[in-house]
Design a protein around this ligand. Structure first.
Ligand code: PEP
Ligand code: MG
Length: 312
């Protein structure tokens, strides 16, 4: 009962012994949203809003943004959707933000940092998101990318609440944020771990560079340690913690993440059924054993083998 390959899934995210783990979709367009829904996603764990801005010579108006977001939210009427605010910077340049050239764009003014300089851009986006939530009937939460400190998280949550949006969260994708997970949870309603950037910044290894891809392996036990710290803080505060990086799409790693305390997993549509089926085939204690053994492994390959042995 431990296969991680293609298997049946009844569409309800939980382990064999009934521990709930939401299986959610990552989306960036209306067609993505329909694909995620059709694959059985219970909601959306990451809506990347950049698409709405990418080709825009000027900042899209609130009305334009509202219509664009509502088109993505509509397939998930009545379901939970986490909308991520604009994640741009010199590495994801937007013409109207006129980013200054930076020697290290991945370490520059990107993600939520853009909003500190231009809070009006954030406030207009939040107004549009609140409107799109009302138009679509989706149960919307909002989170910020690239948060590094609890103070930044508190600043963001205050603006989200001022916009009348019920739940505010942040992504944990900077190692400092993982280390400050407890203080960050005190400032927000939920967090979501972006393992793509968390690995990049933990290993100082460009996520787009093939030559350092082995360091960016989400099975690296030191990355799992950071995730475990966030899972521990989630348990202590009783608040939800998701994973929305590529790691969530690996059916075996999904078991380990569940064992580390993660309460939702968000992925591309193609991975949804396999991850749902993988979780349904094992118990929570098996997931916890897989997590314990993977954490203790010497390297990524050994962690994978240990997780497979623990749940196989
Ligand atoms: C991540 O960093 O893991 C993530 C989900 O965000 P993005 O891939 O959009 O940077
Ligand atoms: Mg990221």
């Amino acid at each position: 009962a431990s296969k991680t390959g293609p298997a049946e899934w009844d569409g309800s995210g939980r382990t064999a012994d009934g521990h709930p783990v939401k299986v959610l979709g990552n989306v960036g367009s209306p067609s993505d949203a329909r694909a995620a829904r059709d694959a059985g996603a219970e909601g959306v764990g990451l809506f990347r809003t950049e698409f709405c801005y990418l080709d825009a010579p000027a900042e899209p108006t609130v009305a334009e943004q509202r219509a664009a977001y509502a088109a993505v939210l509509r397939p998930f009427a009545g379901k939970p959707v986490i909308v991520r605010t604009l994640d741009a910077g010199a590495d994801k340049p937007l013409a109207f933000l006129a980013p200054e050239a930076e020697p290290n764009p991945a370490l520059g003014v990107r993600g939520v940092r853009v909003a500190f300089d231009r809070p009006g851009v954030l406030d207009r986006q939040l107004e549009a998101i609140a409107g799109a939530a009302a138009d679509s009937g989706a149960d919307v939460s909002v989170m910020a990318p690239m948060v590094a400190t609890a103070a930044e998280a508190a600043w963001f949550a205050e603006r989200v609440r001022a916009a009348g949006i019920g739940r505010a969260g942040v992504m944990i994708e900077v190692p400092a944020a993982a280390l400050a997970a407890r203080e960050i949870f005190d400032a927000v309603d939920f967090v979501s771990i972006g393992t793509n950037d968390l690995a990049q910044y933990t290993f100082a290894a460009d996520r787009q560079l093939g030559a350092v891809a082995a360091l960016n392996d989400p099975w690296q036990p030191t990355l799992l340690r950071l995730i475990a710290m966030v899972g521990e803080a989630a348990r202590a505060t009783g608040k939800p913690v998701g994973v929305c990086g590529e790691a969530a799409a690996d059916p075996l790693l999904a078991r380990v993440l569940t064992g580390l305390g993660v309460t939702s997993l968000s992925m591309n549509a193609a991975a949804i059924r396999a991850v749902g089926a993988s979780l349904a085939a094992v118990t929570r204690p098996q997931c916890e054993a897989a997590a314990r053994d993977a954490l203790a492994a010497a390297d990524a390959a050994a962690a994978r083998a240990a997780a497979s042995a623990a749940t196989g």
